[in-house]
Design a protein around this ligand. Structure first.
Ligand code: M6R
Length: 410
């Protein structure tokens, strides 16, 4: 170590926290212990004894981790999405083909992740069903142990994680490996444990995400899921073309006028105790992700329901003025509007996220109708809304209380 003339060490679970000072990084393995003192560092592994670990160089550059004139990383990262989606789909086609072959060979497929990555998995399962007629089991990484007995050497496990260091995801990966199952990682951070432990991986290429909330990496995950579903259906080029076409849509969705429109809505919602969100199919997954964004950054209780579930209980929550955000897509318009009507009839304040304005909306967020790509365009205004709510409440959107960017403990 001494030949590197290292004078300072940073110990962190997330490289973005020290990128400003150094791009040299030593990744630790399981059971590694670091002893740091004035003379330098030594690494011991509880099983192997003293070990030496290679020094890697992080590819991300320091410019990428600067706020670049923005008040918060969260806003900067939301606005980067027209670019990051394009970078996500720049994949080596031979790797995509290999993954598609693995999917075709597999007997049982699991998508696992936590938080927003789990929501990307859920979105992916709808996309695989819709586009590629392929069934996928979606499991929260922290619940995966309950399904371990289904794992065989023919099972394929997709582990989805921005950081590639989420302990629950790594536990799931190790369980899969114990049973001889193949693991495909969908990950943002090169060099992370997930890139080392999966058999194959796709990088999100989103660049560093500093804000604790996943925004650009969530849409990159969804873009990759979409790309894989199209590739599996034998329509890789068509999928890529559609995803490339999102550039201007996303640019418009993050425009100043859209942000102003969402600020007005945030002003109406900022003092509310509860916000509910409903959707069906792909839009149900979007509603779950939007609820997570709102609650984790504004501390307002936000809860999502599948539209069809309303009458099985949640409808009791609706009273005069209760805000309900309704995600509408062409293919489920009739049913979800009927659910919105049930809300309206109980005095709910209906906020529509859709391509068309409908009479029952008290507030309308216009998004383009993008079919299979709706999960990307519909979540972006919700990220902005969550951001505006936090700012209006005087909270720091980049560092919500009690949360860490990488959750490296079980
Ligand atoms: O690094 P990962 O994608 O594995 O992280 C998973 C979750 O911890 C993460 O998505 C978390 O839910 C975010 N705070 C959501 O905005």
């Amino acid at each position: 170590m001494s030949e590197l003339l290292i004078t300072e060490y940073f110990l962190s679970s997330d490289i973005s926290s020290f990128l400003e000072w150094t791009k040299k990084v030593i990744y630790l393995y399981d059971y590694d212990i670091v002893i740091a003192d004035k003379s330098g560092i030594r690494i011991y592994n509880l099983i192997e004894g003293e070990v030496s670990r290679p020094v890697d160089t992080v590819e991300w550059d320091a410019e990428q981790i600067k706020k670049g004139g923005f008040e918060h990383y969260m806003l900067k990262e939301i606005l980067e999405q027209s670019e990051t989606i394009q970078r996500a789909i720049q994949q080596d086609e031979s790797v995509v083909n290999r993954i598609v072959d693995e999917i075709r060979r597999a007997y049982g497929i699991f998508f696992v992740g936590c938080g927003s990555s789990y929501h990307a998995c859920l979105t992916g399962s709808y996309l695989f069903s819709k586009i590629a007629k392929t069934h996928v089991n979606v499991v929260l990484a922290s619940e995966f142990e309950n399904y371990e007995h289904f794992l065989t050497d023919r099972t394929l496990v997709f582990a989805v994680s921005q950081s590639g260091e989420t302990a629950d995801v790594l536990e799931a990966v190790r369980a899969a490996k114990r049973h001889g199952s193949k693991v495909i990682g969908i990950v943002n951070r090169m060099g992370s444990s997930l890139t080392r432990e999966s058999d194959e991986f796709l990088l999100m290429n989103a660049g560093p995400e500093i804000c604790v909330l996943s925004t650009k990496t969530y849409t990159s995950q969804v873009a990759l899921m979409t790309m894989l579903a199209y590739a599996l259906a034998g329509k890789y080029e068509e999928g890529i073309k559609k995803l490339k076409g999102l550039y201007m849509d996303i640019y418009n969705l993050t425009s100043r006028s859209m942000r102003e429109h969402l600020k007005k809505l945030a002003e109406m919602l900022v003092d509310k105790e509860h916000i509910y969100l409903i959707g069906r199919g792909l839009q149900y997954a979007t509603a779950l992700e939007a609820a997570l964004k709102i609650k984790e950054v504004s501390y307002i209780h936000a809860e999502a329901f599948a539209g069809g579930e309303l009458k099985h209980g949640p409808l009791a929550l609706i009273e005069d003025g209760t805000p309900v955000i309704v995600f509408v897509a062409k293919d489920n318009e009739k049913k979800i509007l009927s659910n919105a009507n049930e809300v309206k009839a109980r005095g709910g304040f209906v906020i529509g996220v859709s391509a068309e304005r409908h009479e029952i909306f008290d507030y309308w967020i216009k998004v383009p109708e993008c079919g299979d790509l709706n999960p990307i365009v519909q979540i972006i205004p919700m990220q902005i809304l969550a951001y505006k709510l936090a700012v209006l409440k005087g909270l720091d959107p980049d560092k919500p209380r009690n949360l860490a960017k990488s959750v490296t403990v079980i």
